[in-house]
Design a protein around this ligand. Sequence first.
Ligand code: UGA
Length: 429
Amino acid sequence: MKLTIIGTGYVGLVTGTCFAEVGHHVICVDNDAEKVKLLQAGGIPIYEPGLEELVKKNVASGRLCFTASTAEGVEKSDIIFIAVPTPPQPDGSVDLSFIERVARDIAAAMNSYKIIVDKSTVPVKTGDKVAETIKRYCKARVEFDVVSNPEFLREGFAVEDLMNPDRIVVGVRSQRPVAAMKETYEPFNAPIIVTDINSAELIKHASNSFLALKISYINAISVVCEATGANVQEVATGMGMDERIGRRFLNPSLGFGGSCFPKDLSAFIKISEQCGYDFALLKEVQRINAQQMDRFVKKITDTLWVLKDKQIGVLGLAFKQNTDDVRMSPAIELCQRLLKEGARLRVHDPKAMDKAKAILPTVTYVDDMNAVAEDCDALVVATEWDEFKKLDLEKSRKAMSAPIMFDGRNLFDPQEMERLGWIYKSVGR
Ligand code: UGA
């Protein structure tokens, strides 16, 4: 099929590439001409495992191309996916100006029947607004359908998630676009659920809020574990063996972050408020998340007493493993809090150091994770990178003024750490 994706961020670029990989012909559009040039030259603006090879392969096969012209993308395809950012506004509501702009651009370029598919995370009822906008700005008398098709990929696992989705959600106003949507997704062998547009839009916000709730739930349990001497890892394993609960997203942490959960929670609370419902449960999810960071910082200050002039090593800057994304990263917030207390920081992240430099200009960036601990009064694990589990614990311990580790991701075994001579403090155990 001929498909156009507007927006080459995490969602748009990965979606377009995976569509090409399964055999569709894909045009990716971005209004950032520099980015388009980079992509055309075989460069990738983000770090995402497996993506670079897949982009190269599909560009070479002629199934994937890039352009800065929305008109070209709209004219040449029958199905247009919108995958532009929907950033948060200061009051928690969603800024839909990129979606509105793209809807007008699509309308202006429509030359035949088009299916316009929203992939960006949007508040319920956005599909109606997009349809109204296109109708208003479309000069050619052509028909169109608007479809909601939320994306569920996780950064860091985007290609894997996209190629093996649990489900495909297709929200429609009429049956007309359903066959083409099913054909588009047929190669992915996933169950397709067809709903009305409002339900499809809600499925996305409801899913992300539920996952955030699951993390806050285990983080709240971690507080009770610490107070009672129980071990949150064992509690999570025991809970997770119940298939109705499941083990995934029960990993305690210094809080969730990223460009999705914090933003989507605020947006969903706001949307509910506009519907006349006070979603107090989700406000509590936010409160637990903020407290989790406070509690972790307190753990550090309680142990080190005064942070002023102390040197702290921080492992991890990205908001989670396998990504270079530092947006709303708990690791960055932690660094900012420690800097505010007067600490000096030596930091390392396998992929996110370049992106962190603009936000944290005064810290020392260390290329080798095994050199971070040098002359430090404490070492902190802030991101759950798998490779941190291979840290040279002996070398790090010997290089430190005091062998104290605060593990905000429970990467190490407490008994083993004690045996190796560390003062080891993790979450909920
Ligand atoms: C999230 C959802 O998982 C995706 O399904 C969704 O498509 C995406 O948002 C989106 O709306 O675009 P993402 O933000 O990429 O994906 O990352 P997650 O893997 O969900 O992690 C989010 C945060 O929660 C990270 O800071 C992570 O470290 C934290 N987390 C995750 C925990 O603290 N504990 C866990 O058990 C799991």
